[in-house]
Write a protein that binds this ligand. Structure first.
Ligand code: HEM
Length: 443
């Protein structure tokens, strides 16, 4: 047995193919079984991947999130995304190149920028949600995918309604669908007709994005708009140069891939949970109707992200040199993985962890290392405040019209779509119209 393997924490002994299948099809039960058997750190061995050590002790996760950038490389594990996001993507980089790309992007996601985007996000949301049917079962997940796609194209790419937006939306939707199929991004499957069509659609989209970037650069006020592209156009490298066209394209695609399906699935889970916990829904409706702040809405989103983290673990961090975490010495060439799902369902941290109870977060903010749906450290999700703002706007828009109830005879499980865990049966929900519940304002 090679020395590296002997040094790792224990884990299942089954063949790699069996572990890979279990991880792909039923990762949550696999994680729970492993924790019950091996404790808060265990090793999985998957096909075509270095050994993965899952960590669910917050103290160890802190050590991982705060380790020096040259020791752990999260960028390495994301290589499969390169055909979509491009080589400049912040997600694929490590060390200095990662830090400098991240610095260029951070200002676009600051608080005051998010505030400036609120009106646009509300408009897009109203238009989409207003068309949703009420009082009959409706599959929410595909509608939420459409909504979050529109939000990114308008608020991040800065596209105005029109034929360019329509063409880009159509091409990207097809390519993302293909990317969500198991294994479709693996290099040995990148051939044949479907792959050629994927590349053709990608090139057509890129041409339109380059055209958009040229136009925006030429506009006298092109950097003054509220969208994320405006901030990226205004960003400057350390030597004072602007981001290249290819860099801009790669980061826009990164934001789409990172921010579209994640937010759609998380919102789908929010509705799935609310439909099944009427007490929580009632309290939330009362807050929304009163117009008195958003403390319970915020707590409900924190609880949704705890109970249903759509990315069940932070990006795998590949060890570039031997490193000690939690008193355990890991050799080079191992992936250390902070496991959000297990931390979020640890009864020592969250009593009665499977209950959906936003009250947990009413008096206490989520902990940096005990609530990690957005990962942590210098790789923490760049779009966390964008996602929270968007989710608040969508929940408010839907709940002021309708009350979610589960579709009859339907239970919901989860399934893996590319990088996210989404509702297996598309979060079919009945949105019971609230119009009839409301007393008329005047006789
Ligand atoms: C509910 C929605 C979302 C969830 C649960 C989520 C979760 C995550 C997670 C777990 C990571 C990896 C962090 C780590 O390994 O430490 C990540 C990274 C990232 N996310 Fe999100 N995300 C969401 C929405 C968004 C949105 C809306 C955007 C942008 C518009 C975005 C942009 C990014 C980017 C750029 C990274 C890479 C950061 C880096 O490598 O430095 N995400 N996200």
């Amino acid at each position: 047995m090679p020395r590296t393997v002997a040094l790792l924490p224990p884990g299942p002994k089954s063949p790699r193919a069996v572990q890979t299948l279990a991880w792909w099809t039923r990762s949550v039960p696999l994680y729970e079984r492993c924790r019950a058997r091996y404790g808060k750190r265990f090793t999985l061995r998957l096909l075509q991947a270095p050994p993965s050590v899952h960590l669910s002790d917050p103290a160890e996760v802190k050590e991982v999130f705060t380790a020096p950038p040259e020791v752990l490389h999260p960028g390495e594990g994301a290589r499969v995304l390169e055909p979509v996001v491009g080589a400049n993507s912040v997600i694929l980089l490590d060390e200095r190149p990662h830090l400098s790309q991240r610095k260029l992007m951070l200002p676009a996601f600051h608080g005051e920028r998010m505030e400036a985007l609120t009106g646009l996000l509300e408009d897009v949301t109203e238009r989409e949600v207003g068309a949703w049917p009420t009082d009959r079962p409706v599959a929410l997940h595909p509608r939420l995918q459409q909504l979050t796609m529109e939000v990114i194209l308008r608020a991040v790419f800065g596209l105005d309604p029109g034929s360019r937006l329509d063409t880009i939306r159509e091409r990207l939707t097809k390519n993302l669908e293909m990317g969500a199929k198991p294994g479709s991004m693996l290099p040995f499957l990148q051939r044949g007709r479907p792959w050629e069509e994927f590349m053709r659609r990608r090139d057509e989209t890129d041409a339109l994005l380059f055209e958009l970037i040229d136009e925006r650069r030429a506009e006298p006020n092109g950097e003054e708009r509220d969208d994320v592209l405006a901030m990226l156009l205004a960003a400057r490298h350390e030597d004072g140069s602007p981001m290249s066209k290819q860099e801009l394209r790669d980061e826009l695609m990164t934001l789409l891939v990172a921010g579209h399906e994640t937010t759609a699935s998380e919102l789908a889970w929010a509705f799935e949970r609310l439909a099944r916990t009427p007490d929580v829904t009632r309290r939330l409706l009362a807050e929304i109707d009163s117009g008195d702040g958003d403390a319970y809405l915020t707590a409900t989103l924190h609880e949704t992200l705890r109970r249903r983290p759509v990315i069940p673990n932070a990006a795998p961090r590949l060890t570039m040199e031997p490193v000690e975490v939690g008193g355990f010495r890991y050799p080079e060439g191992v992936c250390l993985i902070p496991n959000a799902y297990l931390i979020h369902h640890d009864p020592e941290i969250y009593p009665d962890p499977y209950a959906f109870r936003p009250e947990r977060f009413l008096d206490e903010s989520p902990g940096t290392y005990t609530w990690i749906p957005f990962g942590g450290g210098r790789r923490r999700c760049l779009g966390a405040s964008f996602a929270l703002l968007e989710m608040k706007i969508v929940l408010r828009a839907v709940l002021s019209r309708a009350e979610p109830a589960p579709a009859p005879d339907l239970t919901e499980g989860s399934r893996r779509r590319a990088i996210t865990l989404s509702p297996r049966r598309s979060a079919v929900t009945v949105l019971r119209s609230r119009a009839r519940d409301r007393a008329p304002v005047a006789a």
